[in-house]
Design a protein around this ligand. Structure first.
Ligand code: GLC
Length: 723
């Protein structure tokens, strides 16, 4: 217990206590349904009166210093402010969207990306960052897939923990580290139908097996705060869920940080129909385990009266206030409230050469090569002319990605700029081709003419930045607008087509898979997008990315993910066998079961060959560790990196088990013709799960080991776990 905090608590009025739990948006921009509620002057008064704990979505060393000065010089108790923001994939140096970073499978680079975002945002007064988002996403219709690390809990846990380390470092009071916020507890990505904010309902087993691990990993990595999700879980809006916020978060996991609601999700309990009014909502939320009310004005309005009426205990309120004050103390704000409002750092940190270079490196690593027919890539830097077609190739703003409020639209390097820079001797003919946000075909003719006068067609297609992120669910998950119509027109010219695909989800691109000669997934790559794409296009970087989400053939397959159950009537055929043999199997009559591109898939300009899968013993006991070895050879002509993936399958359990579970991976660099033996190991805990009686543990029996360069192309062997 901190004397300073206990002394403050003893002096605080009920109104001041409620004020520490009240967190409105500032006056720069909004990220939710309510418009800005006040102008700067009104904020000044609210700070003086101690009725707000801070502001979010504001920044600027001078502006935040002015607000901190009012708090620590003009308010009664002189409590400094939290200054929050969504720095999801960079502040002004924009990194690839989180899903793209996840495609790099480079944990250190992901941590460095978060560290740089912390350095830049803390230079402009921000001390509380609403990231990382670690929600597991298995339904490509959900727009916020873009913000996380994909469909796998094992990998998502590693990425979430890396981002916590990057944001928070080893000392939150350092001026260049920021309080992170694990969001959004819980299972927000499992919204029914992939529809934003929709109902979430599942077994506790699935919740614990799939959706909770990344939150726990981030908390075990030291996350200072947690954000609740908008959705209900098991009929209870998460913001008031004792099961999630008390039983699991506090009791089971021992979390002792601060819990903030998501935007207005306290009063939204009235709309959910689980609270009679905002007073009832405030009571349920603070007793459920939410400490701070973001943009809800419910705590400030009702907590004092609820305590006076004996409907909420002072102990409950003090617990919440302590969590908030402890956060401010950890940040060092009481010692120096201006440490994050540093005009000198503001001038040197933002978009520094070092930061942009790191963003460039991460962007290259995030690109996934899905197809390269006849090795058409890499392209030569001189000779054959290129038609670069598509608004996404020239519109730099779209490269910033879905959470880029602090970046400028003109900052990113466009594909056009990057390619021209890379290959100055090459003839590059650009045409807009389509309009991202409407179906006009008026640009088609020009694009076709440009294509006719060029040798190779490089077509930048896919989603615009705002087609991903919050409130961006899509009922169709293919190429938007009339991009496909244009592609079909271009295909008639019978010239090579290289597709650059921008997306923030597992986008359905069956026509491209069939008709393009090469496909690069470039997600939304941030400030250095054009340079990274040019590096890969012309072979200055050998693509090494692997998909962190499954790419479906069609929206009808959603949700689709690699770690599914087999069912009692599995079907992995291709409809070639006689109808009688396949009719009563788990499949669609009009679509295959297999994905277009599986989790973990990604090609290289090298060719990696796997051989000689060995295990240390045929059987292990719970005390042993099984060691697994595989040889990986770069049979290609150029050096390259391969993400070697290690999966297991528990063949029989007291409950059904996934057909595959990722248990390890290693990203290895191999020179041309180089062969390495890669080793993995596992023990009984790696084989544990929530058994039929919901206890966590392993069960003896047969297991399959699978190793390969994607979840589908694997070498396999088996071992037994014995008692
Ligand atoms: C938004 C998002 C959340 C974000 C918050 C503040 O609605 O759901 O992720 O951190 O509001 O902008």
């Amino acid at each position: 217990m901190s004397e300073r905090i206990e002394s403050l608590l003893a002096q605080m009025t009920l109104e001041e206590k409620a004020g520490q739990l009240n967190f409105p948006v500032g006056d720069l921009f909004v990220t939710g349904p309510a418009m800005i509620t006040a102008e700067s002057a009104e904020f000044d008064d609210r700070i003086r009166n101690g009725t707000i704990t801070g502001l979010f979505n504001i920044h600027g060393a001078k502006y935040t210093a002015r607000l901190q000065r009012i708090a620590v010089e003009e308010s009664r108790l002189k409590i400094p402010l939290l200054i929050g923001a969504d720095v999801i994939h960079g502040f002004q140096t924009m990194f690839p969207i989180p899903l793209a970073e996840a495609a790099s499978w480079d944990i250190e680079a992901i941590e460095e990306s978060a560290r740089i975002a912390a350095r830049e945002s803390t230079a402009v007064g921000i001390n509380f960052n609403f990231a990382p988002m670690v929600d597991i996403a298995r339904d490509a219709r959900w727009g916020r897939s873009a913000e996380g690390a994909g469909e796998d809990p094992f990998y998502g846990s590693l990425v979430g923990a890396a981002r916590i380390r990057g944001f928070q470092g080893d000392d939150l009071s350092k001026p260049y580290t920021v309080a992170a916020c694990v969001k959004h507890i819980a299972a927000y990505g499992a919204a029914e139908g992939g529809r934003e904010y929709n109902t979430v309902d599942m077994s506790e087993r699935r919740l614990r097996e799939v959706y909770l691990p990344p939150y726990k990993a981030a908390i075990d990595a030291g996350a200072a705060t947690v954000m609740t999700s908008f959705n209900e879980f098991d009929g209870v809006p998460v913001t008031a869920s004792k099961f999630l916020l008390q039983d699991i978060l506090r009791e089971e996991w021992g979390f002792n940080g601060m819990v903030v609601s998501d935007w207005a999700s306290v009063p939204e309990m009235v709309i959910h129909g689980s609270a009679n009014d905002t007073c009832d909502a405030a009571k349920q939320a603070i007793e459920g385990g939410t400490d701070m009310d973001m943009m809800g004005e419910a705590f400030i309005e009702h907590i004092p009266q609820l305590v006076q009426d004996g409907k909420v205990s002072m102990e409950t309120v003090d617990h919440a206030v302590r969590n908030v004050l402890r956060l401010k103390e950890k940040l060092g704000l009481f010692d120096d409230p201006f440490r994050y409002s540093d005009e000198k750092r503001e001038k040197t940190e933002l978009r520094s050469r070092k930061h942009l270079s790191a963003a460039h490196d991460m962007a290259r690593k995030s690109i996934v090569l899905l197809k390269n027919q006849n090795q058409i890539l890499p392209l030569a830097k001189e000779g054959k002319s290129i038609a670069l077609i598509g608004q996404l190739a020239e519109n730099s703003a779209e490269m910033n990605g879905c959470w880029a409020y602090f970046a400028k639209p003109y900052h990113p390097i466009s594909f056009l700029t990057g390619i021209k820079e890379k290959a100055p001797a090459l003839t590059i003919n650009y045409a807009e081709g389509y309009h991202l946000y409407n179906e006009t075909t008026r640009y088609f003719d020009e694009a076709i003419e440009v294509a006719q006068n060029s040798d190779i067609l490089v077509v930048a297609v896919g989603e615009g930045a705002v087609m991903n992120g919050e409130a961006a669910s899509r009922a169709e998950i293919g190429l938007p607008g009339n991009q496909l119509s244009l592609l079909k027109e271009l295909k008639r010219l019978r010239k090579p087509i290289i597709a650059l695909v921008s997306c923030g989800r597992g986008i359905a691109i069956p026509w491209l898979a069939e008709n393009a000669d090469a496909i690069l997934v470039n997600w939304a790559l941030g400030s250095e997008a054009g340079r990274a794409v040019a590096d890969v296009l012309f072979g200055d970087y050998n693509p090494s990315g692997k998909l962190p989400v499954t790419f479906p053939r069609s929206v009808g397959q959603a949700p689709i993910y690699y770690g599914s159950r087999t069912t009692g009537r599995p079907y992995d055929g291709d409809y070639s066998e006689p109808k009688s043999e396949r009719i009563y199997t788990s499949k669609y009559r009009d679509e295959k079961n297999s994905p277009l591109f599986p989790f973990g898939f990604g090609l290289s300009y090298s060719t990696f060959r796997y051989s000689n899968l060995q295990i240390s013993q045929e059987q292990i006991t719970a005390e042993d560790r099984l060691r697994v070895f595989v040889d990986v050879e770069n049979a290609g002509e150029v050096a390259g990196e391969e993400v070697v993936q290690f999966y297991i399958r528990d063949m029989v359990g007291s409950v059904t088990r996934p057909v595959k579970e990722l248990k390890g991976f290693k990203k290895v660099k191999l020179q041309s013709r180089e062969k390495q033996t890669i080793e993995f190991s596992l023990g009984a805990n790696d084989l544990s799960f929530y058994r039929r009686d919901m206890t966590w543990g392993y069960e003896e029996g047969e297991f399959e080991v699978m190793i390969g360069g994607s979840s589908e192309s694997v070498l396999t062997t088996k071992f037994n776990l014995i008692s």
